[in-house]
Design a protein around this ligand. Structure first.
Ligand SMILES: [Mn+2]
Length: 306
């Protein structure tokens, strides 16, 4: 890829039931992402670290996310506006509001943003439908323009995503209220049985086709809990029966080189729940290498297998 990769650390765990995702970005940074990309000939750098203000917790989880979102949005906006390729490392999934608001703002002069949301959950609650009140269950609704005004109106405009420009892949645990919102809006959801039947690579190809149509750019937000917990145990909300890691790696290979791809986000790694071998963190590193290096990277394991 000719663009420089810029990693942005989104240190927030306050949006979830458990705080551990706040330590995800530091864990990934310790794994040498930039050095490995550079060794492979890819320009890459560390960008800003945006850290949630935990002193706001006395006003509730939503207050922390309200404070964090515009700061992260400024960081992802700056990277995209400078024509670098942002990779945002979460953090709980509430960070997606900031990430994609910033990228939507950067490409707004050219047109609309598309987004592929890979997740075990729908993340489409509003404060009215959420039983837990945890903001990491709300980011997709906020980006579609529904929910708390401070989260929907970043940069002074609402609905960073139009429903026809969104595809959700891998959902297998959700509540009726959030499902009703997505159905009413007409968002395409590929639930887990469809992904199992058709294969992740086929679903991904259809999703890219859909989010490319009528948009000026598109991205992917990957919640690690979409992957089967046998392959990625270090997540806050594990759900049995997910997408095998091998299928996910294959489906994301060379993603950044696809026409229109404007950014990538990887969230919900909870290193405090990972195993002693850091299996989940190492999988995250491999996923990023597949996204950025694509075929150049994949030749190595294929040759070893032969
Ligand atoms: Mn999620």
């Amino acid at each position: 890829m000719t663009k420089t990769v810029e990693f942005i650390s989104a240190e927030i765990g306050e949006g979830a039931q458990q705080m551990g995702c706040k330590f995800g970005p530091a864990r990934l940074r310790a794994m040498g992402l930039v050095a490995r990309l550079r060794t492979a000939g890819q320009a890459a750098q560390w960008g800003p670290t945006v850290t949630a203000h935990d002193e706001l917790l006395e006003h509730g989880k939503l207050a922390v996310v309200q404070g964090f979102t515009p700061e992260l949005a400024d960081a992802s906006h700056a990277a995209a506006a400078a024509r670098r390729f942002p990779i945002v490392l979460g953090g709980d999934h509430s960070c997606a509001i900031g990430t994609w608001s910033g990228i939507a703002q950067a490409i707004r002069p050219q047109g609309a943003l598309g987004l592929i949301w890979i997740d075990a959950h729908l993340d489409s609650h509003t404060p009215d439908t959420s039983e837990s009140g945890a903001p990491h269950g709300m980011p997709l609704a906020a980006l579609l323009g529904h929910g708390d005004p401070q989260l929907t109106d970043v940069f002074g405009w609402r609905a960073k995503l139009a429903p026809e420009h969104v595809v959700v892949i891998g959902a297998r645990s959700y509540e009726p209220g959030e499902q009703a919102l997505l159905e009413r809006l007409g968002v395409r959801v590929m639930y887990m049985p469809e992904v199992t039947q058709r294969g992740m690579a086929t679903c991904m190809a259809e999703a890219i086709e859909r989010v490319s149509r009528g948009t000026a750019g598109w991205g992917v937000t990957l919640d690690l809990d979409a992957i089967d917990p046998a392959d990625a145990p270090g997540v806050g909300s594990p759900e049995l029966g997910g997408i095998p890691a091998a299928e996910m790696l294959e489906a994301l290979r060379g993603l950044a080189d696809q026409p229109g791809c404007a950014g990538f986000e990887l969230v919900e790694l909870n290193p405090t729940l990972d195993d002693a071998q850091h299996t989940s963190a190492r999988l995250c590193r491999s996923l990023i290498e597949e996204v950025i290096l694509g075929e150049a990277h994949s030749r190595v394991p294929i040759r070893q297998a032969a």
